[in-house]
Design a protein around this ligand. Sequence first.
Ligand SMILES: Nc1nc2c(ncn2[C@@H]2O[C@H](COP(=O)(O)OP(=O)(O)OP(=O)(O)O)[C@@H](O)[C@H]2O)c(=O)[nH]1
Ligand code: SF4
Ligand SMILES: [Mg+2]
Length: 396
Amino acid sequence: MSIRGERIIITLLGKRNVGKSSLINAITNQEIAIVSATPGTTTDPVAKRYELVPIGPVTLYDTAGLDDVGELGEKRVQSTFKVLFRTDIAILVSDGLAFESSELEMIERLKELKISFVVAFNQMDLRDVHQGNVDYCEQHQIKYVRVSSTTKEGVDELKDLLISLAPKAQADRILAGDLVERGARVVLVTPIDASAPKGRMILPQMQTVRDLLDHHAIVTFCQPQELEATLKSFKEPVDLVITDSQAVKQVERQVPQEIALTTFSILFARYKGELETMARGVRQIDKLKDGDKVLIAEACSHHAQEDDIGTVKIPKWLMEYTQKDLIFEAGRGYDYPANLEDYQLIIHCGGCMLNQAEMMRRIVEAERRGVPITNYGLAITKVQGVFERCVKPLGI
Ligand SMILES: Nc1nc2c(ncn2[C@@H]2O[C@H](COP(=O)(O)OP(=O)(O)OP(=O)(O)O)[C@@H](O)[C@H]2O)c(=O)[nH]1
Ligand code: SF4
Ligand SMILES: [Mg+2]
């Protein structure tokens, strides 16, 4: 039940020398992480793969101590924070001694980022947990477990807790199947241009097809140029058209009003639980004023295909649509710019290089800083003037 074919990421955090690396070895039953009595042994986040039955394959991240000192230590703590952005579940490993500020701060941070976590009081063969820690966990409804990496006591209990915290299987979620009845005719429009991968369809399209077939719809694919002929080729009217956002304007003109129309971006935003936030963000476009700043956020700096969309096409369309003098800035990479609050809107890339936890975290961060956020696909549909029509089939 991994997320969209991705492994669930479990990150171990804690002060130096509390036994994070030892605990990874105890969980996986392998001596894969380097353990030593010298504090600061693990310096950079290290990933270990492991099959956690019944969740399936997970990635365990070993990290450097939160209380690492000096300039280098600070850098290490920063790289731990980066791993957190991708984390589904965290284990805060403690030696059971009274919580220190670095641990309490981490608990706050985990809550802020909405990361499910459990506290593992390790080294239980050496000492019992400080009563204050137990009280703290009880008061704040934090799950905790006593373990020993050495004797393996409590390790199974810890695994059970991890399993209970695993994100719900997306297999249960519906992409498009709920929009149509058995036997419905659905046309998927996908332009095959230079940005399309050679020799195959992209995964989101195949996931949509699979979901529609699961619901016994009749699915047809075509390019925008063949849409009119495709619509005419059915004896009965088509029930639903799903298009790539980039062709939405052209497609919208050809699809009669009585046929439902939506886009892959909208379907996936709903599937991933982002639609409400992203739709709110898209409506911010109508509220933009002269001089407002728009952040074009691209999650990675390396991509060939989308430059044009993010830095040229979207700004151009947005200016035309709003008739406002807007300032566009591109922010690339893992972190948002420090001055995020200065922007009136974030338009985020498709995030194809991010896992769902990462994307969710970026959305949560935008919300926390009070900046509306939407994505390329939704923004394109909006500035092409067809957003409301395209969300209508989803009951919005
Ligand atoms: N007795 C006992 N010793 C433990 C336990 N867990 C870890 N240790 C010991 O504690 C020391 C530190 O363990 P590590 O696993 O390297 O700790 P760490 O948190 O990864 O440390 P850094 O990477 O330096 O931050 C080692 O000497 C381990 O053998 C435990 O449950 N019981
Ligand atoms: S994550 Fe994907 S969509 Fe976003 S900038 Fe990188 S390549 Fe482009
Ligand atoms: Mg270590």
